[in-house]
Ligand binder design. Structure first.
Ligand SMILES: C[S@@+](CC[C@H](N)C(=O)[O-])C[C@H]1O[C@@H](n2cnc3c(N)ncnc32)[C@H](O)[C@@H]1O
Length: 272
C-alpha cells in the first residue's frame, strides 16, 4: 500500500483523501451494518473484508477503518489508531495519591461547571476534567474528522474496568468543528472555562500513547483574536497549554503561568 503524506513540524500527516471502511475478519452482521453506516457518515467506500486484500492491492489507500466487535480502529502501513483513556488514568491515580495535577488544580472545580475543551484530541484531559464534575459537563471540540470519529465511537463503546472512567464519558459532549469558527458562534459567558491545548510546536515523541493521533491532527496556531473570543464566552478563565520551549506564551499574553518546570508542560491562565 502506498501512503501519501505531508510533513508538518517534522511529523508526517495524511492527506486524508484515500481511505475506506471495512470490518475485521469473519464479522458478525452487526459489524457489517455498523461499517456500512460509518462509511456513509464519512462519505467513504465500504469494502467487505472478503474483497479487501484485492481492493488494497489495486487501489491507493492512505489508511482504512476497521469495525471490530470490540471497537473501531484506523490502520495504515506501520501503524494503527484507536481510542483509549490514555493518560487520564495515570493522572487520576496521581491525584488520588495526593500528587499535584496542575490543570485540575487551576480549574479548582466545584462540579457544576461547563468547560469547553476546544482541542479534544484523544479526550484524556476531558475525561479527567469530567471526573471532577457532578452536574457540569465538558464540551469537546475536535476539527479532525478522523480523531473525532475514533473518539466519538470510543466514548460510546469502550468499557473501562474503572467505573469512574465510564461515568466521565457520559459527561462529555462531542462537537466536530474547527474551534476557531465554533467559538465565534457561542454566546457571551456561555461556559465557565475555555481550555485549549493545541499541538505542541516541539512534539514529545516519547509520548507513545499519543503518537498514532499525530498523522490525523490539525496543527493550527492560536491567534490573539481567538483569545478575545475565548474570553468573551468564558465566565472564569481561559487556559492554554504549551511546552516551555514553545512560542505560545511569548506570542499570547497570559495573567499567570502554572505547571511543572521539570516536565516543561505549562498552563497559561487568562482570567476573565
Ligand atoms: C494536543 S491535542 C489535544 C490533546 C488533549 N488535550 C487530550 O488530552 O487528549 C490537540 C488536538 O486539537 C485538535 N485541533 C487543533 N486545531 C484545532 C482547531 N482549530 N479546532 C479544533 N480542534 C483542533 C488537533 O486535531 C488535536 O486532536
Amino acid at each position: 500500500m502506498n501512503t501519501s503524506k505531508t510533513t508538518i513540524n517534522n511529523i508526517q500527516t495524511f492527506d486524508h483523501n484515500e481511505f475506506v471502511v471495512t470490518t475485521s475478519i469473519k464479522p458478525r452482521k452487526e459489524e457489517v451494518l455498523r461499517a456500512i453506516s460509518l462509511s456513509s457518515e464519512l462519505d467513504a467506500r465500504y469494502v467487505s473484508r472478503r474483497s479487501f486484500n484485492k481492493y488494497k492491492s489495486e487501489n491507493h489507500l492512505e489508511f482504512y477503518y476497521v469495525v471490530e466487535k470490540e471497537g473501531l480502529r484506523i490502520r495504515w502501513e506501520g501503524g494503527e489508531f484507536f481510542f483509549h483513556p490514555s493518560t487520564s488514568k495515570m493522572r487520576m491515580r496521581n491525584i488520588r495519591n495526593n500528587q499535584r495535577d496542575h490543570l485540575i488544580e487551576t480549574l479548582n472545580l466545584e462540579g457544576d461547571e461547563i468547560i469547553y475543551d476546544l482541542t479534544l484530541g484523544l479526550g484524556s484531559e476531558a475525561i479527567l476534567i469530567a471526573a471532577h464534575l457532578t452536574t457540569g459537563k465538558v464540551v469537546g471540540v475536535e476539527a479532525s474528522k478522523h480523531i473525532y470519529t475514533i473518539v466519538k465511537y470510543g466514548l460510546q463503546t469502550y468499557n473501562d474496568p474503572s467505573p469512574w472512567v465510564n461515568e466521565s464519558f457520559k459527561k462529555i459532549e462531542l462537537i466536530h468543528s474547527d474551534y476557531k469558527s465554533w467559538i465565534r458562534e457561542q454566546e457571551d459567558q456561555s461556559c465557565d472555562y475555555c481550555y485549549c491545548d493545541p499541538m505542541f510546536e516541539n512534539p514529545v515523541m516519547s509520548s507513545s500513547g499519543f503518537n498514532p493521533l499525530r498523522p490525523f491532527a490539525v496543527y493550527d496556531k492560536v491567534s490573539p483574536e481567538d483569545i478575545h473570543q475565548m474570553k468573551r464566552i468564558s465566565k472564569k478563565a481561559v487556559i492554554l497549554k504549551a511546552l516551555s520551549k514553545d512560542s505560545l506564551f511569548s506570542e499570547i499574553e497570559v495573567d499567570e503561568i502554572r505547571g511543572s518546570r521539570t516536565s516543561g508542560v505549562l498552563y497559561g491562565v487568562i482570567h476573565c
